[in-house]
Structures are given as C-alpha cells and as structure tokens.
Design a binder for this molecule. Structure first.
Ligand code: UDP
Length: 403
C-alpha cells in the first residue's frame, strides 16, 4: 500500500490526518489478519522515526526518505514523488520482496504507484479519497492546482482498478472522467465496531466530566473550511436563543489556529462565543465516549467522499445531522438514523437539531436505528472485500500478461 503524504500511524485530527489514515491502517490490519502480507510505504517526516514499524502481525509501515525529513504541506510534495519511487524500489530490492499488487491512496501515491506498477509488472489499484475535479464540481473548493488536475485526469485511466467509496463516486468517475465501468469497484469504508459501541450517555458524560444536564452538539474532524463548521456555528447561534445548547468541536492541531480564529470570529458575530468550545484533537480510541455523550453529532461538510465521523457516531447510537453531500447521503438515512439537510444553510441544521433536542424518544429511536444500520459496516468486512477484489485483479492481470 502506498500512503505517500501521510502516515497511517500519525495522530488524527491534524490538517492532513483524518479518514484516509484510518482507512489505510484499518484495511492494512484487516488484510494482515486474513493472511495477506502488507507493507505500507509513507514519506518519512522525522529523523527519530524508525524505518520499519510492524503495527500488526504481517503489516509493516516503511518510512521512506524522499525530500526533506520534515513535515511538508501535501501541495509541496510532487517534486519528491520520483525520489520516493526510487527509494521504495531500493527497499524492495534490499528485502528481496516480490509484491503481487499495489494499492495507492490519494493522487500523489497513485502517481508513485503508476511508475512502480510498470517497474514491477503488477496490477495497480487505488482509492483517491478526494479528486480535484470532483471537489470543483461539488463547489467544495474554488481552485485546484493544475498539476493535480492533470495528473488525476491521466491516472484514472492508467489504473487497473479504482475503488470508490460510494455508488455516487462511481457515477462521478464515469461522468467526469469517462472511466470504464468494469474498472471501478464500490467498497464503502467502515467502522471499528469493537470500539464504537452504544453506551449510556450519563456514564460517558461522567467519564468525560461533562455536565449531565446540558445539551451538547458534537462535531469531530480536521479543522478546515471544507468541513463547514461556520455553518454549524451560525446554526448554534440561531438555536441557542430557543434551546440552551453547547457546541463541542474536536479536532485541529497548531496549524488549525488561523481557521479556529476565523470560526471564533463567526461565533462572536452570532453571539455564540460562550456556547462554542474547541477541544483540540482527541485520540481515536477515546472518541466513542464523546459520541455517546453528545445529544446530536453534526457533520456540516461542504463535501465528504465518505465521512467516517458520521458512521462512528451512528455506531455509538447518536443521531447525525449532516449535509446531503457525497458519502453522507448514502450512510445517513434521512428521518431514520438522523437528518440530511441542504449544505451551506444554517437554518435547516438549527431546525433539525432542535427537533432532536426537544424530543428525547425520537432522538433515542434515531440513535438506535443508526447503531443497527452500522452492524454490517465493520472494517473486517471492508478488508475482506478489498482482499477479494485484489485477488481477482491479480488473477485477471496475470491472465492478461500470460495471453
Ligand atoms: N479523528 C480522530 N480524532 C480527532 C479528529 C478526527 O480520531 O481529533 C478521526 C475520526 O474519528 C475519523 C477521522 O479522523 O475516523 C476523520 O475522518 P472523516 O472521514 O470524517 O474525515 P476526513 O478526514 O476524511 O475528511
């Protein structure tokens, strides 16, 4: 697996550490549990980091020196892709490894994987996580770098298989890029059902030291404009005059400070300064209590290719109010496990959250339905499906090579 720009072992909630890191870690672990040997290659960002870390039996992280051994913005990494490829090959030769397939994540890794796949004569599959043209089309970003757009437009056609998170993404790949249907497989992301379980709200609050009597809306994720937190803060500003409510925001590291300042400005503008609390990033394995402690989890994103936070919250039996965009529209069932509302509109967010805060039986029923729905979303199922798709691909590729 290639995860060039971010390590699956990096702390989550930073500017570039979220769903993709969870995906790579969970799928690598799940494949290893099925007996597939997995090496995940990432770019080294610190001198102190060991070259090889075995993070599960049969699954290793290999940190490759390519460019400065430092944290760089992903926008600055393209010049180091060739060095990354060369060093991966040096590692492979030293280990005398013979990989059967490459699974790349995000376009920078796909660019690296493209060269490695021809060098090693193995099939190449990828998940893009986001695509520049899709973000532009969804009006989730105003501009994308031309080198990214050009690379993606080329790479979608050189891959042997693209793994899309949803049927919607598959359609976008067909419509925007004209990718052949048989080269796209839809495999949704998952949730760790041993970690994200329903639990009594009062107990979760007691463990976290949260007031048992207050109403809490929770948002979790990387802090960036795409996550639409400004919309949610405006909704809270509107709502708190009718129902006292606090908004807890988990996520963000020191690089998120300018965005947090902007959001605090919006909170002040709508008179919600006291109601909005930025709690910083929290370790993934502590989040279940936060989801269960919240009355509602809000996902106001302008775009989500899948949206792991929504499925994690539902697995903990908390209803989700989310924008009707990307993957959220297929994981959240409107009126049954939460509500889907038009993006970029504070009013419907306020209205749906209020409905849930005022009607406890409804809130509990939607929460329970969410937990029920998540039962077949376990990461082990995702890994099995990725494993099966990859095995088929390897077979097809070998037949193609042989004929
Ligand atoms: N996350 C976390 N701690 C934080 C913030 C986020 O563990 O402080 C995790 C969260 O549980 C989820 C992932 O980061 O698994 C975010 O994934 P999502 O698909 O919601 O958003 P993305 O990062 O892909 O935009």
């Amino acid at each position: 697996m290639l995860s060039l720009h971010t390590s699956p072992l990096a702390p989550l909630g930073g500017r570039e550490t979220g769903g993709m890191n969870v995906y790579v870690l969970e799928v690598a672990r799940g494949l290893a549990a099925l007996g597939v040997i997995v090496d995940v290659f990432t770019r080294r960002t610190g001198e102190a980091e060991p070259e090889v870390v075995e993070f599960a039996p049969g699954a290793r992280l290999v940190q490759i020196t390519a460019g400065p051994v430092d944290r760089l913005e992903k926008e600055d990494l393209l010049p180091f892709v060739d060095a990354f490829v060369d060093r991966v090959e040096v590692f492979r030769a030293r280990e005398d490894a013979a990989y059967d397939a490459i699974y790349s994540h995000y376009w920078l890794s796909v660019a690296a994987g493209d060269r490695l796949a021809s060098m090693w004569r193995v099939p190449h599959e990828a998940m893009f996580h986001t695509l520049g043209d899709v973000k532009l089309r969804a009006r989730a970003s105003e501009s994308e770098r031309p080198e990214r757009l050009e690379a993606e437009r080329r790479l979608v056609h050189s891959l042997d298989r693209i793994i899309a998170a949803t049927e919607h993404e598959r359609q976008l790949l067909r419509q925007i890029f004209r990718v052949d249907a048989h080269r796209i497989a839809v495999i949704p992301l998952g949730v760790d059902l041993s970690m994200f379980t329903p639990r009594p709200q009062a107990e979760a609050r007691a463990r976290l030291g949260l007031d048992p009597a207050r109403r809490f809306v929770l948002a979790v994720g990387r802090i960036e404009p795409l996550k639409g937190l400004d919309i949610l803060i405006r909704a809270i500003g509107e709502l708190q005059v009718r129902v006292p409510v606090d908004l807890l925001i988990i996520g963000g590291d020191e690089r998120a400070e300018p965005e947090i300042e902007r959001l605090r400005g919006i909170a002040a503008e709508v008179g919600a300064t006291a109601a909005v609390q930025f709690l910083g990033s929290k370790p993934h394995d502590t989040l279940a209590d936060w989801y269960a402690a919240a009355d509602v989890v809000a996902v106001p994103s302008f775009y989500e290719s899948f949206g792991l936070v929504a499925v994690e919250a539902m697995a903990c039996a908390t209803p989700v109010v989310a924008s009707r965009v990307g993957g959220l529209a297929s994981t959240v069932v409107d009126g049954r496990t939460g509500y889907l509302v038009p993006w970029r509109c504070p009013e419907p967010f306020a209205e749906r959250i209020e409905l849930l805060l005022r009607n406890e039986p409804l809130r509990l029923a939607l929460g329970a339905a969410g937990a029920e729905r998540m039962r077949n979303y376990d990461w082990s199922v995702v890994a099995e499906r990725v494993g099966a798709a990859t095995a088929t691909l390897i077979e097809e590729y070998r037949r193609g090579l042989a004929s």
